[in-house]
Write a protein that binds this ligand. Structure first.
Ligand SMILES: *[C@@H]1O[C@H](CO)[C@@H](O)[C@H](O)[C@H]1NC(C)=O
Ligand SMILES: *[C@@H]1O[C@H](CO)[C@@H](O)[C@H](O)[C@H]1NC(C)=O
Length: 224
């Protein structure tokens, strides 16, 4: 006789995987901190001859981001944030990146400035970096403020935000553990059922054998 097979481990894991994916897709918990350039004004071009500079932004270990429009000194360039070369970079939550603004020349690279770009520097999603005689640039990162939480103007709303996401996390963790408990209980019940059936079957067979014995004895008794 065939007994129902226990659920395979793969099928037991499926709901856990689904929940994990759902957890990751909830916005705010793993939000992206994309930094875009809002405006820039360079005060010098580092050029000996009046030629057009090639300006680029670079974070340590990443690719150069060329700013193709920035060609003249003392001119404020503003951007929409949707340009083909945006965003400039993406920031981690608790760690800064060493970034800089440079000018590319055929033989050498000139430095405008190099500094630590940090999530916590953004106030209301905005951060202005000014270097005397070099440039003044404003960067945007709307998601940086949401979790930084140390901007005085933004304290209450970011606190609410943090509370909201921790409540979400609590709910999801509870749901997840309930599902795990249910799966475990179900598995245990299936196992118990299987064992019980096996025991019953054994008892049944034994009963059969005993019955045979009794019949034999009875048959013998009749013959005598
Ligand atoms: C903010 O984070 C959300 C969620 O990850 C993402 O969809 C959005 O593009 C981010 N916005 C910016 C400007 O980084
Ligand atoms: C830098 O640029 C920002 C935005 O254009 C402006 O508000 C600020 O006054 C400028 N700062 C300096 C020192 O030029």
């Amino acid at each position: 006789m065939r007994w129902p097979r226990p659920i395979s481990p793969g099928r037991r894991l499926l709901p856990v995987v689904v929940l994990f994916v759902a957890l990751c897709s909830i916005p705010g918990i793993f939000s992206q901190r994309l930094v875009t350039l809002d405006s820039i004004d360079i005060f010098t071009t580092h050029e000996w001859f009046p030629s057009k500079p090639t300006v680029y932004f670079l974070c340590n270990g990443e690719d150069k981001v060329y700013l193709p429009d920035v060609k003249d000194a003392n001119n404020i360039y503003t951007f929409k944030g949707e340009e083909s070369w945006q965003p400039l970079t993406q920031l981690p939550e608790k760690k800064c990146k060493r970034c800089g603004l440079y000018e590319e020349d055929t033989f050498k690279h000139d430095l405008y400035d190099e500094w630590e770009l940090c999530s916590s520097d953004f106030k209301k999603g905005k951060y202005t970096h000014f270097k005397e005689g070099q440039f003044n640039a404003t960067f945007l990162c709307p998601n940086c403020t949401a979790s930084a939480g140390d901007s005085a103007n933004h304290d209450s709303s970011s606190e609410v935000e943090t509370k909201k996401s921790s409540v979400t996390v609590i709910i999801i963790v509870s749901v997840l553990s309930s599902v795990l408990v249910i799966i475990a209980l179900f598995g245990g019940y299936k196992y118990w059922l299987k064992k019980k059936r096996e025991r019953d079957q054994l008892r049944f067979l034994k009963l059969f054998e005993e019955g045979d014995d009794i019949e034999d004895e009875l048959g013998l008794g009749n013959e005598l």
